[in-house]
Ligand binder design. Structure first.
Ligand SMILES: Cc1ncc(COP(=O)(O)O)c(C=O)c1O
Length: 421
C-alpha cells in the first residue's frame, strides 16, 4: 500500500494532510510514514520465514533513532559501517547478535568497540583488515567472527557512484583473490571464518544482476567447503531498487515516463533465495533504501518564482544541504504540490537557495504553475536524505516527523541558529 498519497487535491502522509505539517512545523521538513516502513520491512522478511535468516537494516539509509527503534522492535538486525552507527544501533535496541559491521575502512578503535560489544560478525574487505581484527581480538582475549566481502565483478547497471561490485570499485576482495584470502583468514589465530559477504550496489532495478551474484556466491561456498573452510553464513547485502519516477499519479500532475520499474522488494528476495538456500547457509540481507525510501518526503516552501531569459525558476527553501542526491548523482525525485490548485503546467527548474549551480532538484521539468508560499513535496526522500544533510551555507538541519495513522511525532527537532556556532 502507498501511505503517501493524494486524497482528492491534498497530499497525505497516512491520515495527515501534509499541508498541516508544513504549516505547523515549518519547512524544510522530512516526514515519514511509520506504517510504510513496517510494511516494507515485512515484505522483505516474508519470503525468508522458513529459513535461518536475518534482515539487517542498513543504517546508512536513514539512522533516525525513532526509525531504528521501530525496526529493532520488528526484529530487524543492523548493518553498520562505523562506530557511530553501531552506537546508534545498540542504543535503539538491536541485539548485538544480529549486527554486522561492514565498511572498507574500519579503524582499530572501531574494531575494538565492536568486539567489546559482542557483535555477530565483521564483514572484512582486505587481508590487512583481517590481520588487524585478529590482533585486536587476541589482545582482548576474544574470537572474532568474520565474513569476507567478495567483489564478484558484476555490473549492477546502476549509477557509477553506487555500483560497488565491479573489480575497479574499492569494495571487497576481488573474485580472483577471494579463495586465497579465505585461506589466509582461516590461518589467523583469533578469527572464526564463518561466511561470505557481498553487496553489488544500490538502486538496482532488475533481478538479473542479483541472480548472477547469488550463483557466484553459492559456487564460492562450495569451493571453500571442498577446501575444508566450512562457511555456514551468507550475507547478500542490499541494493533493491525503488521507484523514483511517476510514483504518484493524479489528473492534475504532468505525466512522467517511469522507465524501468523495479519489482517490489519481496520479489527480489524471492528470486535470489532458491539459489542461496541450496547452500544450507544462514542468509542475511542488508536492505536500506527499499525499507525507508518511499516512506519519506521532504516538504519545502516556494520562496520565489522568476524568469531568466528563456528559463523559469522555482526557488524553494530546501537545498542540496537538505537533500544531496540530485546534486551528487543527478538523481531524479518526483516533486509534487502538496495541494493541487491548478491543472496548468509549465517547464521549470526547481532550485534551492545554496550558492552553487549544482543546487537543483529538477531541471527542465513540466510542473504545476505555483506561486510564493505554495508547498511542494519531494517524494521518495526517506533514504539517503537526512543522513546526507549538512550545514553548508550555515543552514540549520531540518526537522523530522514520524506519522502513524493520525498521530504525529517530532522525531528530530530542527537545528537552531545557536547550534551552528
Ligand atoms: C555493504 C552495504 N550493505 C547494504 C547497503 C544498503 O544498500 P541499499 O540501501 O541500496 O539497500 C549498502 C549501501 O551502499 C552497503 O554498502
Amino acid at each position: 500500500m502507498q501511505y503517501i498519497r493524494y486524497q482528492e487535491q491534498d497530499l497525505l502522509c497516512e491520515d495527515v494532510p501534509l499541508s498541516e505539517l508544513a504549516e505547523e512545523f515549518g519547512t524544510p521538513l522530512y516526514v515519514y510514514s511509520k506504517n510504510q516502513i513496517v510494511e516494507n520491512f515485512r515484505a522483505i522478511k516474508a519470503p525468508l520465514t522458513e529459513i535461518n535468516s536475518v534482515v539487517c537494516y542498513a543504517l546508512k539509509a536513514n539512522s533516525n533513532p525513532a526509525i531504528l527503534a521501530l525496526l529493532a522492535e520488528e526484529g530487524a538486525g543492523a548493518d553498520v559501517v562505523s562506530a557511530g552507527e553501531l552506537s546508534l544501533a545498540l542504543k535503539a535496541g538491536f541485539a548485538p547478535g544480529r549486527i554486522a559491521f561492514a565498511g572498507v575502512g574500519k579503524r582499530e578503535d572501531e574494531i575494538e568497540y565492536a568486539l567489546k560489544n559482542d557483535i555477530c560478525i565483521f564483514n572484512a574487505e582486505s587481508t590487512q583488515e583481517l590481520q588487524l581484527i585478529s590482533l585486536v581480538a587476541m589482545r582482548l582475549g576474544k574470537k572474532a567472527r568474520v565474513g569476507l566481502r567478495v567483489n564478484p565483478d558484476i555490473d549492477a547497471q546502476s549509477h557509477p557512484y553506487i555500483t560497488t561490485g565491479l573489480k575497479e570499485n574499492k569494495f571487497g576482495i576481488s573474485a580472483g583473490e577471494a579463495f586465497a584470502a579465505f585461506q589466509f583468514a582461516a590461518g589467523l589465530p583469533a578469527l572464526e571464518v564463518v561466511g561470505v559477504h557481498t553487496h553489488i550496489g544500490s538502486q538496482i532495478v532488475k533481478v538479473e544482476p542479483f541472480i548472477e551474484a547469488a550463483r557466484f556466491v553459492a559456487g564460492l561456498v562450495g569451493k571453500l567447503r571442498e577446501a575444508g573452510i566450512m562457511v555456514q553464513h551468507i550475507d547478500f547485502g542490499g541494493g533493491f531498487g525503488v521507484q523514483y519516477v511517476n510514483v504518484l499519479t493524479h489528473e492534475g500532475l504532468p505525466h512522467e515516463n517511469p522507465g524501468a520499474t523495479p519489482p517490489p522488494p519481496g520479489d527480489f528476495v524471492g528470486a535470489i533465495l532458491p539459489i542461496l538456500k541450496e547452500t544450507g547457509c544462514s542468509i542475511w540481507f542488508e536492505p536500506g533504501r527499499s525499507i525507508v525510501a518511499n516512506a519519506g518526503v521532504l516538504l519545502t516552501n516556494v520562496l520565489y518564482t522568476k524568469e531568466n531569459g528563456t528559463k523559469k525558476f522555482i526557488i524553494v527553501d530546501a537545498g542540496m544541504n537538505d537533500l544531496l542526491r540530485p546534486a551528487l548523482y543527478d538523481a531524479y525525485h518526483q516533486i509534487v504540490p502538496i495541494k493541487i490548485a491548478t491543472y496548468e503546467h509549465e517547464k521549470v527548474d526547481i532550485v534551492g537557495p545554496i550558492c552553487e549551480t549544482g543546487d537543483f532538484f529538477a531541471r527542465d521539468r513540466m510542473f504545476a504553475k505555483v506561486k510564493r508560499n505554495d508547498h511542494l513535496a519531494i517524494l521518495t526522500a526517506g533514504a539517503y536524505g537526512y543522513v546526507n544533510t549538512s550545514n553548508y551555507n550555515a543552514r540549520p538541519r531540518p526537522a523530522e516527523i514520524l506519522v502513524n495513522g493520525g498521530k504525529v511525532r517530532i522525531v528530530r527537532e530542527r537545528q537552531t541558529l545557536d547550534q551552528l556556532f
